[in-house]
Ligand binder design. Structure first.
Ligand code: ADP
Length: 341
């Protein structure tokens, strides 16, 4: 089974230089999330006014909403370095210790997927965040002793798609807790407009609205779509994204009129085959060819808000809307709009 080219985390980000080009380079270029940005501006100015490093920041929100981008923009506003790592990359406490001892005063350490830190690494982070010192164990057996290593007063920016999975001691050590919400269609249109301009491709108003409707309020999805639409426009429409190009490209990408992609349809079909559910998450994930966390973080939020699927204590179930859709389409989800991959 191929990963979904637009939605899957394993999908298309191969053209990373394009991604760099599309990333906002200042707070002013960061579209939407006004309250959050206004708050951050105040905290940054206040910290700078006092000549102090910024308090630790926790950014939470679904994948692709701009947490990594914001971390680098905070560093830019502060005029400091930003070191980047992630929860799964920090396997042993020594991995984190090596990074912490190299972070300068006022600098930013960005830890993506911070909810996935191993317990021993997380514990080391507690004293680093609170006391700006860590205890490192040296030697083994009867000679083992702990040495306290002072750190520079740094700022930790943590990002998580699962705020609920953070332990209370870790969560409690962040001074600033900021949540990113999915973007309204107007913001997604603005992001699409800017990205099209950066990519040097013209786009009409109709496809702009059409793509914004299926981008799930997520800038990453919007940017992946605009890159693919640019390809289709280049080959078929003299470099301009007209509505015809938009309709054709979305169809080729396997996105139907309801905004459902091939993986969404696989999820819904697996529930339909099980009589509408309930079906456990792991079984749904196997049927859809994605891991359970991706199903929960990437696909389900849209299926839930659009009223296709319900989460119940016993598993996932189809909604009435989905059942009606299957009844009307002869129970053959995905055949009307088959993906071309
Ligand atoms: P996350 O870390 O939350 O998964 P990213 O920061 O990697 O998300 O953002 C995904 C992409 O979406 C980035 O390449 C960035 O260009 C774009 N993006 C995210 N938020 C915005 C925004 N508010 N305005 C414009 N582009 C954005």
């Amino acid at each position: 089974m191929q990963p979904d080219p637009v939605l899957s985390p394993a999908g298309d980000d191969s053209d990373s230089s394009l991604d760099q080009a599309l990333r906002p380079r200042s707070f002013d270029e960061f579209v939407g999330q006004r309250t959050l940005l206004d708050n951050l501006r105040v905290y940054i100015q206040a910290a700078q006014g006092r000549g102090e490093p910024l308090d630790h920041v926790l950014l939470s929100g679904l994948p692709g909403l701009g947490k990594t981008t914001l971390a680098s923009l905070i560093a830019r506003e502060l005029g400091v370095e930003c070191r980047t790592t992630s929860g799964p990359a920090l396997v042993r406490p020594a991995d984190l210790a090596g990074i912490l001892t190299n972070v300068g005063r006022g600098e930013l350490l960005f830890i993506d997927e911070i909810h996935r830190l191993p317990a021993a690494v997380e514990e080391l982070l507690y004293s680093a965040m609170e006391d700006f010192a860590i205890d490192i164990l040296i030697d083994q057996g009867p000679n083992a002793r702990s040495v306290r290593v002072p750190l520079q007063h740094f700022t930790l920016v943590g990002a998580t798609t699962r705020e609920g999975m953070l332990s209370a001691p870790l969560r409690g050590r962040f001074g600033l807790l900021e949540k990113l919400d999915v973007y309204p269609p107007a913001d997604i249109e603005e992001i699409l407009r800017r990205s099209a301009a950066r990519l040097g491709v013209g786009i009409d108003e109709a496809p702009l609205a059409r793509v914004a409707r299926v981008a799930r309020g997520t800038p990453r999805v919007a940017n992946r779509l605009i890159k693919r639409l640019r390809d289709f426009a280049q080959i078929t429409a003299a470099g301009r994204i007209t509505d015809e190009v938009g309709v054709d490209a979305l169809r080729r990408l396997g996105i139907d009129d309801n905004g459902l992609c091939e993986t969404d349809r696989r999820i819904l079909t697996s529930l339909h085959r099980a009589g509408g559910g309930p079906v456990g998450l792991k079984t749904v994930a196997v049927a859809a060819g994605e891991d359970p966390e991706t199903i929960e973080d990437v696909y389900e939020p849209f299926l839930l808000t659009e009223g296709w699927l319900m989460r119940t204590p016993r598993g996932r179930c189809l909604t009435e809307r989905a059942a009606e859709w299957f009844a009307k389409n002869g129970g053959k989800s995905g055949t009307a709009q088959r993906s071309l991959f």
